[in-house]
Design a protein around this ligand. Structure first.
Ligand code: GSH
Length: 224
């Protein structure tokens, strides 16, 4: 793996929003890559060797360089292959895109999934808390085709991989319509637009399979 091969390798996991968003970026840029599916419950020696600090997917390998962490990987891809830019050029807008991405992964995801599964304060309270956070995204996408503007970009990949194509399937498996059209018209419009993008469709995990996967993840989370 240490050889300075030009060809990109991606260690990922089919149901992981973090690795799916990296695939979206590679496909949008037209970068060929070798995909190495990982079992995250039984980590391979290769994953442990390449990402000893975090032991997580995704991991990108390019020309002997190894990079974990999806936000950093997306930025690396954008700076290495300049066609079809995914991050804003303006420094403030770029910083804000990273801020929103952090909000989605670190606030919306844990509140939206784990707190709903455990629902210590009751399921209605957990849903209300998650919706309050999702409402920030509803406002952010209002009046825009995509979070990134006219075209799909970094934030669309982060929000898309995490919310409609991952968490929403977990909620669906629990019988919860977390993002109803009447409360979140703009997000629903955006989700439809996202579904029309070919490279996104190519990276969306199979719905039924993911609902099952999320049910099992919810069970594990309850027991943990
Ligand atoms: N902050 C990381 C999160 C990556 C992550 O949580 N990956 C999960 C798969 S969805 C994983 O590898 N989990 C294995 C573990 O936590 O042990 C990123 O953005 O890449």
């Amino acid at each position: 793996m240490a050889e300075k091969e030009e060809r990109v390798k991606l260690l990922g996991f089919w149901a992981s929003p973090f690795s799916r968003r990296v695939e979206m970026a590679l496909k949008l840029k037209g970068v060929p890559y070798e995909y190495l599916e990982q079992d995250i419950m039984n980590k391979s020696p290769l994953l442990l060797e390449l990402n000893p600090m975090f032991k997580k997917v995704p991991v990108l390998v390019h020309k002997g360089k190894v990079l974990p962490e999806s936000h950093l990987i997306l930025e690396y891809i954008d700076q290495t292959w300049k066609n079809n830019p995914i991050l804003p050029q303006d420094p403030y807008e770029k910083a804000m895109a990273f801020l929103w991405a952090k909000f989605v992964d670190e606030q919306v995801a844990p509140t939206g999934f784990r707190s709903v599964v455990r629902a210590e304060k009751g399921i209605e309270v957990a849903i209300k808390e998650a919706r309050e956070l999702i409402m920030y995204l509803e406002k952010e996408v209002t009046g825009k085709d995509f979070f990134g503007g006219k075209k799909i970009g970094f934030l669309d990949m982060v929000v898309g991989s995490m919310i409609p194509f991952c968490l929403a399937r977990g909620w669906e498996g629990m019988g919860i319509d977390m993002i109803p059209e009447e409360k979140f018209p703009e997000l629903n419009r955006w989700i439809k637009k996202l579904n029309e993008v070919e490279i996104v469709r190519e990276c969306i995990p199979n719905r039924e399979k993911q609902i099952e996967h999320m049910k099992k993840a919810a069970e594990r989370n309850k027991l943990a």
